[in-house]
Design a protein. Structure first.
Length: 653
């Protein structure tokens, strides 16, 4: 690396960090101004405006504890805490525990028609569980109150709870013949034969929740859990409901709403992969909006197989027995201070299965986004794991994942698995890498002759002549300026595939290696007291190693002659690693570790290639090529023939 390059890099870093300091000072002033405004509004009793001002202030410093405390206090004063779930520990929700008697005073009880007797009641809780999943069922709504995954923990060692609390809505909405609006989510069910926790071991077991109407008719919710499974069967039976649900009714509206909590350390990375996904009947799965920017995204859909509320590594999915008729779905982003990432809503048209006891059959999935496990269901659920599109997804699905799973069967350390995976990829790509090195060696040998042409055409207006003469020189010598770039371009799909694979691979979640505590998120060796735009508020060592090794590899493999023709390319080649450092500092440490390993292996391959490539022999071959007549390509011959037919004459050399 020459003096000018070093000076340029130092200046780039100086400008970048100078801007960061300036920007932090500026945002600090804005933050203080917003806080002062919020405090004055709070003191004056204007709580709603004060709350908005605190939210604006947290947009500049999201982790300020005083502002967060004030916002939490104002949420309580304004009665907004009911919009957010509260996670209730198992010690509070005992099996068949009884909460206080609740009612719905805001409703006219007579408005519930035949279900008026179920507007109030004792909110009991029941559990059904296997070795992987524990579901808590609430008497109110007969719904799943919480879903706990036994094999996983949050980044701060708490149990993974996909949802938990009164904010979850899970039930049917319909009108009676006398135009009464019924919401099963607000009514009280009774459990049938549930004396204690239901534990599934060898055979499937069921929990039946029954909503009994005043005339003796009932709606049954039947939850069936299988051994060693994350999938739950959910059946609804309409028993003697002909007088309450009109006989000509062919469908019901299933109302499903849920907050998705933050589970991982890196909110930015987790937020990127959180979204609402759905599969239209006989089509590929689609995202409502993977990288949601608006406050709320909404869509009206027809004929669906399933709808999923997913975060980076876990999903809650409602699956039709055949297909749903239609659905209106929406996704709302929460504010940055919330412990929730999204609020999802779905109103789903479900067909009623005709029969002696009509009803609805569905399946519910509460579990990890494991590509291999989800694929076994043969429902397209594996598309919940975003592996890229087109060739990128193909490489991940048919190459990277099978190799990774094979190594996982024999090797405990995921750091070693990534090392072996990287070695295998580099070995397969070795011929392309060697060909690229040969092309670059030829360019270095040709540099003195290219410099002579530069002296021959020193004027700026002769730039085209110099370029043409240079290309003629390369052509006669049998050297392609793109020969070093093309093999590298062919490797890009694999690099992009790895970029998609590591952040979505649940196998890496909470797996430590060296100083990295979790290969699925960033490795922080230093927490900064301020936030740098794009970079973040921490220093990732794997990202730094990746950047340094990329610069070294770029310097070693740089075709010296090429940058003379494109002066901006040299600066660009050193700017790109810095840009990647800024972008990848918050990404999976498994990804930056892979890039670092790939760079180290590339450096080793370059050194090995140097020992096997004799530049004198290459020079002799180039001189022999220059003495041979240049053979025109068939395309060039056709082009010249067409030009002659039109009366054009070739320019004399």
């Amino acid at each position: 690396m020459d003096k000018n390059t070093i000076t340029g890099l130092v200046l780039i870093f100086a400008i970048f960090f100078g801007f960061s300091i300036y920007n932090n000072q500026r945002t600090g002033k804005i933050f203080n101004s917003e806080i002062a405004t919020a405090d004055s509004l709070y003191a004056a009793g204007n709580y709603e405006e004060a709350r908005e001002a605190y939210i604006n202030a947290l947009g500049y410093r999201p982790k300020d504890q005083k502002a967060i405390a004030k916002l939490t206090e104002l949420n309580g004063k304004l009665g907004l805490t009911t919009q957010v779930q509260t996670v209730i520990p198992d010690s509070v929700i005992a099996d068949t525990a009884v909460k206080k008697t609740e009612s719905l005073p805001q409703y006219d009880i007579g408005a519930f028609g035949m279900f008026s007797g179920k507007v109030s009641g004792e909110n009991k809780f029941y559990t059904i569980e296997n070795n992987k999943l524990k579901l808590t069922i609430s008497a109110k709504g007969g719904r799943i109150y919480s879903a706990l995954l036994k094999d996983y923990r949050t980044h701060d060692s708490l149990p993974i709870v996909l949802f938990n609390g009164d904010s979850t809505v899970f039930g049917y909405n319909f009108f009676t013949p006398d135009n009464k609006a019924i919401r099963t989510n607000d009514l009280y069910f009774e459990a049938e034969n549930a004396e204690g926790p239901i534990v599934v071991t060898d055979t499937p077991k069921s929990l039946k929740m029954r909503l009994i109407a005043d005339n003796g008719a009932s709606i049954d919710f039947i939850y069936t859990l299988h051994p060693d499974e994350y999938m739950t069967d959910f059946e609804t039976k309409l028993v003697s409901m002909g007088s309450i649900i009109p006989p000509n009714t062919s469908s019901l509206v299933f109302d499903w709403k849920m907050y998705v909590p933050q589970q991982e350390k890196g909110r930015q990375n987790e937020d990127t992969y959180t979204g609402l996904k759905y599969k239209v009947y006989q089509e590929a799965a689609e995202d409502l909006s993977l990288r949601q920017k608006k406050g709320t995204e909404t869509a009206n859909l027809l004929k669906l197989n399933w709808i999923a509320y997913k975060d980076q590594f876990f999903s809650t999915v409602v699956i039709a027995d055949d297909f749903f008729l239609n659905a209106t779905v929406s996704s709302t982003k929460t504010d940055p201070t919330s412990k929730f990432l999204r609020y999802f809503e779905s109103e789903i048209g479900v067909p009623i299965i005709a029969g002696e006891t009509p009803g609805v059959k569905m399946k519910l999935y509460f579990g990890p986004n494991s590509f291999t496990s989800l694929k076994k269901y043969d429902m397209g659920l594996e598309e919940l794991v975003f592996l890229g599109r087109n060739i990128i997804r193909w490489i991940n699905q048919y190459v990277i994942i099978p190799i990774f799973n094979f190594l996982d069967n024999y090797i405990v350390s995921y750091g070693l698995i990534i090392l072996i995976l990287t070695l295998l990829i580099k070995i397969v790509l070795a011929p392309l890498t060697h060909r690229s090195f040969l092309s670059q060696a030829k360019m270095r040998i040709m540099k003195p002759q290219v410099d002579e042409l530069a002296k021959k055409f020193p004027k700026q207006e002769d730039a085209m002549k110099k370029q043409q003469a240079t290309m003629d020189l390369y052509k006669k010598a049998g050297v392609s300026p793109m020969g070093g770039c093309l093999p590298m371009l062919l490797q890009m799909p694999i690099l992009f595939a790895m970029f998609r694979f590591f952040p979505t691979s649940i196998e890496l979640r909470q797996q430590p290696f060296l100083w990295a505590h979790d290969l699925s998120t960033y490795d922080s060796i230093l927490n900064l007291p301020f936030t740098i735009p794009m970079y973040g508020d921490h220093v990732s060592l794997f990202t730094l190693l990746m950047t340094v090794s990329t610069i070294i590899s770029t310097k070693m493999t740089n075709p010296t002659g090429g940058t003379e023709q494109m002066p901006g390319m040299k600066a660009m080649m050193y700017m790109m690693p810095v840009m990647f450092m800024l972008i990848l500092n918050n990404f999976s440490s498994g990804l930056t570790y892979y890039y670092f390993l790939a760079n180290v292996i590339s450096i080793a391959q370059t050194e090995i290639s140097k020992r096997f490539v004799n530049e004198k022999d290459l020079m002799k071959k180039i001189e022999e090529n220059r003495k041979k007549p240049v053979k025109k390509s068939s395309w060039q011959a056709r082009l010249e023939a067409a030009a002659k037919q039109k009366g054009y004459k070739p320019a004399k050399k």
